[in-house]
Design a binder for this molecule. Structure first.
Ligand code: IP8
Length: 244
């Protein structure tokens, strides 16, 4: 069974403090992954205070690109640094994690349509590794380089690998309604459009509304849950908000 798990950037970093890791939370998530018995696990992580601050600084978003190579390397470099931290915590828990950097494995066409190489990810899984991808820059026809969010990667991977389960580990225990209660299930965007605002901290890829939209586009059901529920999710439990 293939499981795609995204660790939200705001979960594993201090999102309001540039380039600051939330080492304690990352270590506990890595421990939950190390303890879990999942045959084929792909991990994706977001940018948090590593990617988003640099992206905002250089004025690059998912649609507006840059061609300045220093800017591209700043955003990509911040994300590969965060990726090294994630890999290192996973290795501490004996998870055979290996990096996949999307800047070198993806492209967008002029309509913004994403193509992601996944043959290497599939072979990594077959060979017993845990591929770890991350939000990154992506070369974009007519734009230079734009931002590729971890959520888009999750969607592309889930489709290409025919994933059975998709999980988004977020700072909140699920998608919240107007009274801050977890919405148990979402089947269409219209049901929740009013209560989904944009993210408070600097987030060039759009917060919870974009995540829900992206996940509703998947063929398979997804779950949004908080760090405390990762163990349950990996054990196959229904946790947080079920989407789709
Ligand atoms: O946090 C964004 O990934 P996300 C990555 O999953 C960059 O939206 C480079 C800002």
């Amino acid at each position: 069974m293939t499981v795609i798990l995204k660790l939200g950037g705001s979960v594993i970093t201090e999102k309001d403090r540039p380039k600051t890791l939330d080492g304690e939370t990352l270590a506990s998530l890595a421990a939950a992954i190390g303890d879990a018995e999942v045959d084929d696990l792909v991990v994706v992580h977001g940018g948090g205070s590593f990617g988003h601050h640099h992206a905002a600084e250089h004025g690059v978003s998912t649609t507006a690109g840059i061609r300045d190579v220093d800017g591209v390397m700043d955003v990509h470099g911040a994300m590969t640094t965060l990726n090294r931290f994630v890999l290192s915590r996973l290795h501490t828990e004996d998870v055979p994690a290996v990096p996949v950097h999307p800047l070198s494995a993806a492209a967008r066409d002029a309509d913004g349509e994403l193509t992601l190489m996944t043959d290497q990810v599939a072979t990594m899984l077959e060979e017993g590794f845990v591929p770890v991808l991350h939000g990154d820059g992506v070369v974009h026809a007519g734009e230079g380089v734009t931002v590729l969010s971890g959520d888009e990667l999750v969607t592309a991977l889930a489709t290409a690998l025919d994933a059975e389960r998709v999980g988004l580990c977020s700072t909140v225990p699920g998608v919240l309604d107007g009274d801050d209660e977890v919405i148990p299930a979402i089947e269409s965007f219209d049901e929740v459009a009013d209560v989904l605002g944009v993210s408070d901290a600097t987030d060039v890829t759009g917060g919870m509304a974009a995540k829900v939209r992206e996940l509703l586009g998947l063929g398979s059901p997804a779950s949004v849950f908080g760090p405390e529920s990762l163990e349950g999710f990996l054990a196959g439990d229904d946790v947080g908000t079920r989407i789709g």
